[in-house]
Design a protein around this ligand. Structure first.
Ligand SMILES: Cc1cc2nc3c(=O)[nH]c(=O)nc-3n(C[C@H](O)[C@H](O)[C@H](O)COP(=O)(O)OP(=O)(O)OC[C@H]3O[C@@H](n4cnc5c(N)ncnc54)[C@H](O)[C@@H]3O)c2cc1C
Length: 285
């Protein structure tokens, strides 16, 4: 317990998996406040792991049925994109409310708003000012948007996971796990997929022998790999689409171009300087 009379022992900034684990772990012994400025539950259940897995479940079921066509299964299923998205929403729509109910049920104080440090023990959340002995920063990450002309035309994985209708074509900048998994879902759903990667390596955290096999499997599903290719700019295309212009001068018309070249820490609104916290412009892929 703090010697000084703070409003809280611990303020947790961010109600994603990290912040919530800290909140539930600490709540029995500490007076805790959780602050969230977007959807309760954070990235994983709202815009990340879980919605992705629901879409993947649908396209994987389709693939499995196709694989067993000569083994007792008949009929060719096909993905209805709008229905697949409704299926996803049947889960994700309930996440923020369910998460908030969980916090309320556990008597954990929580407020909606953006937390900003005033000093190491004082935070502003909208009009409210709270003091605290300790702070857990669990603010997660956002997609890195490359600083290129037309960057405002780029989409993110969050946009992809909420596309109401099936696009004809889609491109991904980057070949990390977010791009690879979403490219697979799109390709299985019949979308023409392009991946633009600045070198020749996908999934660099994994052994090349395996990532090369993933590249080959996706190529067999129709994914077009543009290796050693930087996107130099983006401009508006026909029918609300975009045109990706590569550094080689090649132009590829797409319905959407998704920035998936790594993610950067959500620290820009925290005013970490006021708390005396040092940081670097960390980006991870
Ligand atoms: C498309 C995609 C697919 C993924 N798939 C997987 C997967 O299959 N398996 C896996 O393990 N991981 C996956 N991840 C990663 C996973 O989502 C993250 O690792 C996880 O959500 C991180 O949890 P977190 O609590 O650290 O951050 P987050 O879940 O991002 O939560 C942080 C929260 O803090 C809030 N916040 C930020 N700044 C402030 C502020 N100043 N004030 C108040 N609130 C603030 C944000 O709104 C956010 O809700 C995926 C991510 C993406 C994008």
């Amino acid at each position: 317990m703090a010697d000084y009379d703070y409003d809280y022992d611990v303020v947790i900034i961010g109600a994603g998996p990290g912040g919530l684990a800290a909140a539930y772990g600490l709540a029995s012994s500490q007076h805790v406040l959780v602050v969230e400025n977007n959807l309760w539950g954070g990235t994983c259940p709202n815009f990340g792991c879980d919605p992705k897995k629901m879409l993947y479940g649908v396209v994987e079921a389709q693939r499995q049925v196709r694989n067993y066509q000569d083994s007792g299964l008949t009929g060719h299923p096909s993905v209805n994109w709008a229905d697949m998205m409704a299926f996803k929403r049947s889960y994700t729509d309930g996440v923020p409310g369910g998460t908030e109910q969980g916090l309320a049920g556990a008597n954990i104080d929580h407020i909606h708003g953006t937390a900003t440090f005033r000093d190491a023990h004082t935070l502003a959340v909208g009009d409210r000012v709270v003091t605290t002995d300790k702070v857990v920063v669990a603010t997660g990450a956002h997609a890195n948007i490359p600083d290129i002309p037309g960057k405002e035309l780029l989409s993110t994985s969050t946009d992809f996971l909420a596309l109401p209708d099936r696009p004809q074509s889609i491109g991904f900048i980057g070949a990390g796990y977010v791009a690879v998994e979403l490219a697979n879902i799109a390709a299985e759903a019949g979308v023409a997929v392009h991946v633009f990667q600045h070198n020749r390596r996908l999934l660099r955290a994994f052994p090349e022998e395996y990532s090369d096999r993933v590249a080959e499997q996706l190529r067999a599903k129709g994914v077009q790999w543009h290796w050693d290719t930087e996107i130099a700019s983006v401009r508006s295309g026909a029918d609300g689409g975009v045109v990706a212009v590569t550094a080689h001068g090649e132009e590829v018309a797409l319905d959407y171009l998704v920035a998936a070249a790594g993610r950067g820490a959500n620290i820009e609104k925290l005013n970490l300087e006021a708390a005396g916290v040092e940081y670097s412009g960390v980006a991870f892929r």
